[in-house]
Design a protein around this ligand. Structure first.
Ligand code: AKG
Ligand code: FE2
Length: 341
C-alpha cells in the first residue's frame, strides 16, 4: 500500500447546491469505493469549521495537562463516561493513553433495558434514557460541554450527508436510508503520551488493535506525527499520516453487518512514539441500541431471506465489543513492520 492509495475525498461537491447531479454522484461513488476497498478514507471540504476542529483538540490537550489528581475528579462513571487512563500512574503520572468520553445528551436511547437492572450486569451499563447521559458533574467545565456539543452536532450533520451519499450510490430504498440515518454519537478525547523509545523497541503500542463498533467514526487528529495505523488484508500495518484539516473516517462493525460485509470494518491501532504528546478527538456514530443491524434488504440474498432468525440489535454488538474496545493495555506488537499508507 502506498501513500497515495488511501483516498482523499473532497466532499465540497456533494455539499454544494451548485453541483451537478454527476458531480454529486462522483463523490458518492468515491465514498462507497473507499468503504468497500479500505474501510477508511480522508474527508476534506467537509463543512465543519476548522477553528472548531482546532478548538476541540485544544480542549483535550488542556484537559490532559491537568494533574492526575485533578483529572481523576472526572473519573469514568458506571456508564463509562468521563476520564480513564490505561495504567495506574499514582507513582509516575505517566500514561500511554488516556481518554475522556461523553455521550452528549442530544440523542435518546430507547433500548428497552430496565433502568433498575442489576447494576453489576453489563446491560445496566447501557444508557437507557436521555437524562442518563452527560450529567453536568461529568464535564470538566461548561465550556467543555458547550464546545463538545457544538462539535458533535456538526459531525452528526456531516454524517447525515455522508450517509445520504452512501445511500445514493447504493441506490437504497427509503426504508434502508432511514434505518442508516438513525444515529447516536459518542465523543472521546484521546491523549497519547510518548512511548519510551525503549518500550517501542520492545514492541509496545499505545492503543491495541480493534475495529470500531458503530457505523462511521470521524477522527480529528493532531498533525505532528504518524501514529494511527491500519491493517491491510495481508495483515501488514500501515501508518495513516494526518492531513491538516481532513477527517479520517473509518467504517465500524455495525456498517459491515448492515452492508452484508461490503464495507470493511478496518482494524486499527495507535503507536505513538514522536517527541510530542498527541490528541485525537473521535466521534463514533452508531445506530441506537435498539436498532436492528441485520443486513439491509439490498444486501440479503434470496436464500438468506428465507431463514428466519431473531434480529440482531446494535446494543448486543456494543456489549460484545466493549471488552475488546477497552483493551488498551500495552501489548507486544505481533508485526512491527509499518509503512505509510
Ligand atoms: O486516536 C486515534 O487515532 C484512534 C482512536 C481510536 O481508534 C478509537 O478511539 O477507537
Ligand atoms: Fe477506533
Amino acid at each position: 500500500m502506498t501513500v497515495s492509495s488511501l483516498p482523499v475525498i473532497d466532499f465540497g461537491a456533494y455539499l454544494s447546491s451548485d453541483s451537478s447531479a454527476e458531480e454529486r454522484k462522483a463523490v458518492a461513488y468515491a465514498i462507497d469505493k473507499a468503504c468497500s476497498q479500505h474501510g477508511i478514507f480522508y474527508l476534506v471540504n467537509h463543512g465543519v469549521p476548522q477553528e472548531l476542529c482546532d478548538k476541540v483538540r485544544a480542549l483535550g490537550r488542556n484537559f490532559f495537562q491537568l494533574s492526575m489528581e485533578e483529572k481523576r475528579k472526572y473519573g469514568a462513571d458506571s456508564l463509562v463516561r468521563g476520564y480513564w487512563s490505561n495504567s495506574d500512574t499514582s507513582q509516575t503520572n505517566q500514561t500511554h493513553v488516556e481518554t475522556i468520553v461523553f455521550h452528549p445528551p442530544v440523542h435518546c436511547y430507547d433500548n428497552g433495558l430496565s433502568p433498575d437492572a442489576d447494576p453489576a450486569s453489563a446491560s445496566a451499563r447501557l444508557p437507557t434514557a436521555p437524562d442518563a447521559l452527560g450529567e453536568q458533574g461529568s464535564w470538566p467545565s461548561e465550556e467543555f460541554r458547550a464546545l463538545t456539543e457544538e462539535y458533535t452536532n456538526h459531525i452528526l450533520q456531516l454524517n447525515k450527508h455522508v450517509v445520504d451519499s452512501i445511500a445514493d450510490s447504493l441506490e437504497l430504498a427509503d426504508a434502508s436510508r432511514n434505518r442508516l440515518q438513525k444515529a447516536v454519537s459518542y465523543v472521546g478525547f484521546n491523549g497519547y503520551n510518548v512511548l519510551a523509545q525503549t518500550g517501542v523497541g520492545k514492541g509496545e503500542i499505545s492503543l491495541a488493535a480493534h475495529a470500531d463498533t458503530g457505523c462511521l467514526t470521524f477522527l480529528n487528529q493532531d498533525s505532528d506525527s504518524v501514529s494511527l495505523q491500519i491493517q491491510d488484508r495481508d495483515g501488514m500495518w500501515h501508518g495513516v499520516p494526518p492531513i491538516p484539516g481532513a477527517f479520517v473516517v473509518n467504517v465500524g462493525s455495525a456498517f459491515n453487518r448492515l452492508t452484508g460485509g461490503r464495507y470493511i470494518d478496518v482494524q486499527h491501532r495507535v503507536v505513538h512514539c514522536s517527541e510530542k504528546s498527541r490528541v485525537c478527538v473521535v466521534v463514533f456514530v452508531t445506530p441506537p441500541f435498539d436498532g436492528c443491524i441485520d443486513p439491509l434488504p439490498e444486501f440479503v440474498t434470496a436464500s438468506e431471506d428465507s431463514i428466519s432468525h431473531t434480529p440482531k440489535l446494535y446494543g448486543d454488538l456494543h456489549l460484545e465489543h466493549e471488552d475488546v474496545y477497552n483493551e488498551v493495555e500495552v501489548v507486544a506488537l505481533s508485526n512491527p513492520a509499518t509503512s505509510h499508507v
